[in-house]
Write a protein that binds this ligand. Structure first.
Ligand code: F3S
Length: 771
């Protein structure tokens, strides 16, 4: 609290409307018979669009009810923003319903240092950046240029505020939870909900209470807390749950340390993580130019809004005594394989791995705070004084231009470079596979990073690179030893003189005493930019990466509000995730080009008729066409024939990520309906948004009765659309053999969703309301 801000921002658009939120929270509290609420519930329920509608069931809410929410802000990174913006544009609005920002960070490479990497990446991604910038200008979106920093660091420094609910199109959006809010990572279609003012739906998460006692000290940092917890909870332990920390161990951690903990809640699958408002959060708000937000939060906290009520019930409580933790190293290849530092050497030996580190990487959105950087600089100083330099390549990615400039001003950068560090651009770089290394091609090797993810090939594209996660201080100390079994707490390094050298645990400073310096403000947007409707959104006519979205046509024709006869494209067997429907990898470069990315439709799905992958039958083939072809090729033939189609799919269809491409692509080729044994909820909603009707088999055995080339007609859809909500939709199936039968289906379409369907898509519906 002693740090005076060097600058103060315009906080008008970033201060949460606390009076309004508190009023709604109190209203909901009454609806719930004044039962004590967790902090996560207070924040969620105060953002309900229509509390009665979401909470009126009378039954259990957490884990069961669906909440219709109004988030206050959206942040998007350059890769996921492309399709989100294209969709937003097709809604025909002139501005976003909530403040929105775009951050250019994922497309920046890490090859030989900040300046040249930035220049090269701007040139090679020019068309994408031009598109994003022009769209941002047109719709009044804050555009953070390449070089400004990593989305999550910028959000924490500029937009996050205690008690707010925000969405981000990136899985580590929860990082902002370090400031005591709920920040949730979503797909582009969800972001578009918030941007168009459509209520955003979330199944009320369970709330896990994490009770922190004791104090971190010595070599143990907040990163070790979350690495330890990841080991306990595993990569699935947080699914459908919010992690809410409480207890005396919260208040004594820095705000940026809490952000690291919240960031990696994503690694256990948590919806998000949050903390009660603390003194250190106030100090961070002040230091980052947001004293008015801090004052407003103080007031909200005094009314009890920014912490859990006494006696609030959690779905589970996990106890952690911070004083008992030790540094932890997680990996390789999964973030939940946690090994305490004291056992890591023997773990490496047992596995038979070479006791060699090939590189150390620090920074990223997870660990590039001023505190992290001053801690590692302290180690570097000790090493330099002893005459040591790092033994392996040592790369540092500052999280933002503000961090980079402050590091430079305070001598942190020099200190790191003195011992051999290479400072990369303020961007994701090696954290997202943009690291082009010259060494270790195809060779087994081990790297240590302070990042958050460690899937195979994540950093350098080499499947044999074993990626271990640790705190920045442990990564740095290890980089001086070059060996995996080195434990800086107990071991010494040998100096050129032959004398032993031992590091002293570094302390670091949570905030710069001189305040932050903003650095090159050319990278920054003007606050609260006004839309410039006359701006032309730049998409090159011959672009292979970007394509304007044509609004989808309504499906209805001669049969009134019943669908036209649909041809079954295929019966998909077994597990079919959004990755099977729209593969990632090399296809990611087409995220903004629906025609090109649709070429990957279902290419890893199994056809239940024959068991082959990526094979579909074309029973109506014209002369010269083959009987079987790839799935996208047959889908394309259907589209060319104006033949609307349907898919028959198995259980939990569309599980996995919230990738909207998995709904857009079938729709693009003419899919009107998907009949499933069951759907994964998020994907089911995405299908509804894109105008595809998801129906559930009333009797799962009917799945096997329908095959490719059969014709399916709806019976009773018109009744449903015309307001007889309980009307059951039947399907009349005409087999290729001529046999005809009817089957019963179920659905989860709400009144609003039926309107989307009739309009052809949710965005069409929004556009129709405008005109
Ligand atoms: Fe994500 Fe790493 Fe960037 S976690 S936001 S890719 S720094």
């Amino acid at each position: 609290a002693t740090h005076a801000p060097f600058y103060e921002k315009d906080c008008s658009s970033i201060t949460p409307p606390y009076a309004q939120l508190i009023e709604k929270w109190k209203y909901v509290r009454e609806l719930l018979n004044n039962r004590p609420l967790t902090l996560a519930e207070k924040i969620l329920y105060s953002h309900l669009n229509d509390p009665e509608k979401s909470l009126s069931g009378g039954g259990k809410i957490r884990g069961e009810s669906y909440l219709q929410l109004t988030p206050q802000r959206v942040a998007m990174q350059d890769a996921s923003a492309q399709m989100a913006l294209l969709q937003f544009m097709s809604a025909g609005l002139s501005r976003c319903a909530v403040p929105t920002s775009i951050h250019c960070d994922h497309l920046i490479q890490a090859i030989d240092g900040a300046e040249s990497d930035l220049k090269r990446s701007i040139a090679s991604n020019k068309e994408v950046f031009d598109f994003l910038e022009s769209a941002a200008r047109k719709y009044g979106i804050e555009f953070w240029k390449p070089g400004s920093g990593i989305i999550h660091q910028i959000v924490l420094e500029n937009y996050a505020a205690p008690g707010m609910l925000m969405l981000g199109t990136d899985s580590h959006t929860p990082n902002a939870g370090g400031l005591g809010l709920l920040a949730i990572g979503v797909g582009g279609a969800d972001a578009v909900d918030a941007m168009t003012g459509t209520p955003w739906e979330l199944k009320a998460p369970q709330v896990v209470g994490i009770h922190l006692t004791g104090k971190l000290s010595g070599w143990v940092t907040p990163k070790d807390l979350i690495l330890h917890l990841a080991g306990k909870l595993t990569v699935r332990g947080g699914t459908g749950r919010i992690l809410e920390y409480f207890g005396p161990g919260v208040a004594n951690q820095s705000c940026t340390g809490l952000a690291t903990v919240a960031n990696m809640g994503a690694e256990v699958g948590a919806t998000t993580s949050t903390f009660p408002y603390t003194e250190n959060m106030r100090a961070y708000l002040n230091a980052t130019g947001r004293a008015p937000v801090a004052r407003a939060a103080d007031k909200a906290a005094s009314m009890g809004f920014l912490n859990a009520d006494g006696g609030a019930e959690y779905d589970e409580v996990i106890e952690i005594n911070l004083s008992e933790l030790e540094p932890t190293i997680n990996g390789p290849f999964t973030p939940d394989l946690a090994t305490p530092l004291s056992k890591f050497g023997s773990f490496v030996k047992e596995q038979g791995w070479k006791d060699e580190l090939s590189a150390g990487l620090i920074g990223s959105c997870t660990n590039s705070s001023y505190e992290d950087m001053t801690r590692v600089a302290e180690l570097a100083k000790q090493a330099k004084a002893a005459g040591l330099v790092t033994k392996v390549p040592f790369l540092c990615t500052p999280g933002s231009e503000q961090i980079r400039a402050t590091m430079e001003r305070d001598g942190v950068t020099n200190t790191l470079e003195d011992v051999g560090a290479v400072v990369l651009a303020n961007a994701c770089g090696p954290c997202i596979g943009q690291w082009k290394r010259d060494d270790m091609k195809g060779e087994e090797n081990a790297i240590l990073t302070s990042f958050n993810r460690n899937f195979k090939s994540r950093n350098d594209g080499n499947r044999l690179t074993m990626n271990f996660l640790a705190s920045p201080t442990i990564v740095t100390a290890m980089a001086f030893s070059g060996s995996l079994s080195f434990n800086p707490i107990t071991d010494t390094l040998t100096l050129p003189s032959g004398k032993p050298f031992r590091f002293t645990p570094p302390a670091g400073r949570d905030l710069p005493t001189e305040g932050f310096t903003q650095g090159n403000t050319d990278y920054y947007p003007s606050p609260v930019p006004e839309p410039q409707p006359e701006t032309e959104v730049i998409i090159r006519a011959d672009s292979q990466r970007l394509e304007l979205l044509e609004p989808f046509q309504s499906h209805f024709g001669d049969r009134g509000l019943e669908l036209p006869p649909l041809k079954v494209l295929m019966r998909v067997r077994g597990k079919c995730t959004t990755d099977h429907i729209s593969a990632a990898g090399p296809w990611l470069k087409y995220k903004g080009h629906l025609t090109n990315i649709s070429e990957n439709l279902l290419i890893t799905a199994v056809n239940d008729e024959g068991g082959d992958v990526n094979v579909a039958f074309d029973h109506d083939r014209a002369a010269g066409e083959t009987e079987t072809d790839t799935i996208p090729a047959v889908a394309k033939r259907f589209k060319a024939r104006n033949q609307p189609w349907t898919l028959v799919v198995d259980d939990n269809y569309g599980e996995g990520s919230a990738r909207e491409h998995a709904a857009l692509q079938p729709r693009f080729y003419g899919c009107a309906m998907i009949i499933a044994r069951s759907f994964a909820r998020i994907h089911e909603t995405n299908l509804k948004k894109q105008g595809v009707l998801p129906l559930w088999f009333a009797d799962k055995a009917d799945y096997s009765r329908i095959g490719s080339g059969d014709v399916v007609e709806t019976i009773g859809l018109a009744d449903l659309i015309e307001g007889r909500q309980n009307a059951a939709v039947k399907l009349k199936v005409t087999k290729r053999t001529g046999e005809v039968f009817e089957i019963l289906t179920k659905h989860t379409m709400s009144e609003d969703q039926l309107k989307w369907f009739c309009a052809g898509s949710a965005l069409n519906f929004i556009r129709s309301r405008m005109s």
